[in-house]
Design a protein around this ligand. Structure first.
Ligand SMILES: O=c1[nH]cnc2c1ncn2[C@@H]1O[C@H](COP(=O)(O)OP(=O)(O)O)[C@@H](O)[C@H]1O
Ligand SMILES: [Ca+2]
Length: 497
């Protein structure tokens, strides 16, 4: 009897205690879950911005980049927010009216202002890099190129952003920054993966860049980087005058010379232009470039007539590349050292525009050549009829441009039928355009650290989840322990009785 009373007394304070424990237990679990969810909820990101102007030979593009303000040094964080193509030609075309070069950027810089929050304008850096068009102008007329640069500097200093400089970048920089862009956007640095080569075709120059350990031959063609704790030895070479617009002029010059000396007539029968194509052009527009040594610079016209013979076009284009005179172990062309090709290549800019238009981005080398021959024989009026929305300047040149690309890659850089599949013709990686500008900004803002930053072994989300699970486990063990203890203590008096 005494035992039973004792039990009843015990039960009267036991039950509220268990209810209390249960309530606290539930509250603790809810608290843990809420903390985990709230802590991990996406915080509204604050962004920083940077602007780079790509002053190319044919036109200028303004790129706006953004990255989360508190993750500045985490590679892979910078993305393209906006791009604007400046109307008209490249800044080098303002050689004779330099003061207009800067104001030509007005509309695109206003677009950039609208795409960046006003409170960030003042801290946003703006860089301008000019490429081969300005390299050629500097060769031709040093003071004209200075005047053009002065004009863009003055204009950019008047924008609400922080102007960080306008300069002509070297061909080596152009190649190297393109390579950084490709591998940054592919996250190859952070993951310490094999890097990809970069192939850039512009209007006035072309660049080939890839990782290679073979740097005993031509140290000038190598750049060394330490990125994210890893050393990279990168081969890069830029060929001035081997952009597709300058290469076309070289080809026209070669053919014009043969024609002029032969018959004295000013009709150029060109296999790289379509049958039925006929245009009267100014000789001076072919010859006003330092890429051709001397030529008639008079205001004389010539008639450019297409014959659409793709095979003959290939033969003529091949002659632009000089395969003799290699004093190194291996060369690309014109006696320039090039180590053996290695790995996958991303081909962008005009490589992409042209191959995309011709539907050759996933064809084999042989099929590309065959299809080009057939494309070149298409009558000009038929092409015009079927391509109303394509700029005539581009349309008339795709037969030449395609033939030039295939020849440059095969005869120039030594890609074979086998290694052709290692080339990917691309415009973007993710949402960002591929080109040298992103790599340029990453470098100037020190946004790819030389050493990999130390990071906790678990990501934040994983850490919180693990802590919640472990807390649940501990609570469950405590509850189980209490139950076992209760059962054994309630069983004990019975045994005594
Ligand atoms: O839609 C297109 N189709 C064909 N070619 C294009 C298209 N858009 C741009 N291009 C060409 O891409 C090239 C870009 O060269 P860029 O102006 O960057 O010169 P650079 O890099 O030698 O200084 C030019 O030859 C231009 O004509
Ligand atoms: Ca370019």
């Amino acid at each position: 009897m005494a035992g039973q009373r004792e039990m009843r007394e015990k039960n009267t304070w036991h039950r509220p205690l268990i209810i209390c424990i249960a309530v606290f237990f539930v509250m603790a679990i809810v608290g843990l879950l809420i903390t985990g969810v709230v802590q991990n909820k996406a915080i509204k990101q604050k962004y920083k911005y940077g602007i780079v102007l790509d002053a190319g030979s044919s036109h200028t593009s303004v790129y706006v980049y953004q990255w989360p303000a508190e993750k500045e040094n985490n590679t892979g964080m910078v993305t393209q927010k906006h791009v604007c193509n400046v109307k008209g030609k490249g800044i080098s075309s303002y050689a004779k009216n330099a003061e207009k070069a800067g104001p030509s950027l007005k509309e695109c810089m206003q677009e950039a202002e609208r795409s960046i929050p006003t409170q960030r304008h003042q801290e946003t850096p703006v860089y301008l890099g000019a490429t081969a068009g300005m390299r050629l102008l500097r060769k031709e007329d040093d003071s004209a190129s200075d005047r053009v640069l002065d004009s863009v500097v003055r204009f950019l200093q008047g924008t609400p952003f922080t102007f960080q400089g306008a300069r002509i970048i070297t061909g080596q920089e152009e190649g190297a920054y393109g390579w950084i862009t490709v591998n940054y956007l592919s996250d190859n640095f952070r993951k310490a993966q094999r890097t990809m080569g970069a192939l850039d075709l512009g209007g006035a120059s072309t660049q080939i860049t890839f990782e290679s350990g073979d740097h005993s031959q031509s140290p000038d063609d190598f750049i060394h980087f330490r990125l994210y704790g890893k050393e990279y030895s990168v081969y890069t070479h830029s060929f001035l005058c081997y952009g597709k617009d300058q290469a076309l002029r070289v080809l026209l010059d070669q053919q014009l010379r043969a024609n002029l000396t032969g018959t004295g007539s000013l009709i150029l029968q060109d296999p790289c232009f379509h049958p039925g194509y006929k245009k009267v052009k100014l000789l001076a527009d072919v010859y006003n470039t330092p890429c051709i040594r001397t030529g008639p610079s008079s205001n004389v016209n010539f008639t450019h007539v297409g014959t659409g013979n793709g095979k003959l076009c290939q033969e003529k284009v091949r002659r632009i590349f000089n395969s003799s005179g290699c004093s190194s172990r291996s060369c690309s062309f014109n006696g320039v050292f090039q180590p053996p090709l290695h790995g996958q290549f991303e081909a962008f800019s005009a490589f992409f525009f042209v191959m995309k238009f011709l539907n050759l981005t996933s064809e084999s080398l042989e099929d590309s050549k065959k299809k080009l021959v057939s494309y070149c024989s298409t009558p000009w009026d038929e092409l015009q009829k079927n391509n109303h929305n394509v700029k005539e300047k581009y349309l008339q040149e795709y037969c030449f441009s395609g033939t030039y690309i295939v020849t440059l890659l095969e005869e120039g850089y030594s890609f074979t039928s086998g290694s052709w599949k290692d080339i990917r013709f691309i415009k973007k990686i993710g949402d960002s355009d591929v080109g040298w500008t992103l790599g340029y900004m990453l470098n100037l803002t020190n946004m790819i650290p030389a050493e990999a930053p130390d990071s906790p072994p678990l990501p934040h989300g994983g850490y919180v989840t693990l802590m919640v699970l472990l807390a649940l486990l501990v609570c469950s063990l405590v509850v189980c322990g209490c139950c076992v203890f209760r059962r054994s203590s309630s069983a004990a008096p019975k045994q005594i009785v």
